[in-house]
Design a protein around this ligand. Sequence first.
Ligand code: ADP
Ligand code: MG
Length: 364
Amino acid sequence: MIRYLSKASPKNLKGTAVLRLDFNTKDEWRMRAALPTIRLLLKHSSKIVILSHKGRPKGAEKKFSLKRDAAKLGRMLGKKIIFLAGPDFSKVEKAIAETRAGSVLVIENLRFVKGEKENDKKFAKKLASLGDFYVNDAFAVSHRKNASVAAITGFLPSFAGLELEREVKLLSRVIAKPKKPLVIVLGGAKAHDKLGVLKRFRKKASWFLLGGAAANTLLLLRGVDVKDSLVDKEKKDISNLRRVAGYRNVVLPVDVKFGNGKILDIGGMTSFVFSGKLSKAGTVIWSGPMGVFEKKEFSFGTLAVAKAIVGNKKVFSVAGGGETVMFLKKYKLDKKFSFISTGGGAMLDFLADEKLPGIEALKK
Ligand code: ADP
Ligand code: MG
């Protein structure tokens, strides 16, 4: 059983909360999703120490600092946030001790410290020493075995935050009884993140509609000349990918748009084929844009897919992933989905029934 914050007795929420969030998008929607948990903690706890990561920095790269994110969160909450430049923990500890009750603090990008990604116990213990209990409200990073997600729960009483709870409960329902036909749309830049779902839903999904790097990789394996397109080069995945390329329900683009010798979007014919399948779906799960939508000329495939899903009035639609949701928000289509997950890779792993280290850690 997962220990939920919503069920915790207020007396267990006294003192300082160490709260893991995920600020890892260019816009602020993931941050906004965490506000209910922050507000709940402000009611019961004396201080909140927020931990997050951003990007994949090599050491303490300034452009990955959380300083601005902290300010943004402050504006959202209407409250001054104290930002602690790290990663010197002796100073952080002292700074926390000196703040007044009711303070919210944000610590610098955890990935500036090597121990974070290595799930290092010593580092986790240091993080744990900053508070009295731990809350994970970062579903999007819960598939990563990181110190602030997994190992930290060995040192503090730990709870799942409100957004994490919502995600787990809703996605569990989708796995248990998807209304048929089930159509899964996969795109984006990370092909191997998508593999687990393809294997797990091989029999359950009527169709897999593929764009982005996953499509490029499978097209390549089917012998298509994809030139300099982004493909998955992870050697260990190749045999799996080869198998997936042979699934009868995998639909690959029949035409594509090139730019600079790279496939950057699905073509008009493909959009038409995908839309046809989406308009008849009972359930749609979508992660990863069909093309490099950040450039207008390569945004049409993603827009066509989004419109086809939204146009299907009977469908139960789930979309997740940093960029996918950013896209939907940009076109004001997010509210028309049945459920928006903060997780991309995490959502797919969860749906694929893989054990997420961050969620397993909350079951102890
Ligand atoms: P999400 O965050 O929604 O889970 P990813 O992080 O896997 O998705 O990938 C998002 C990125 O994928 C977008 O920034 C988009 O530009 C890029 N992308 C989509 N299609 C392609 C393509 N054919 N080649 C290169 N990049 C692509
Ligand atoms: Mg992304």
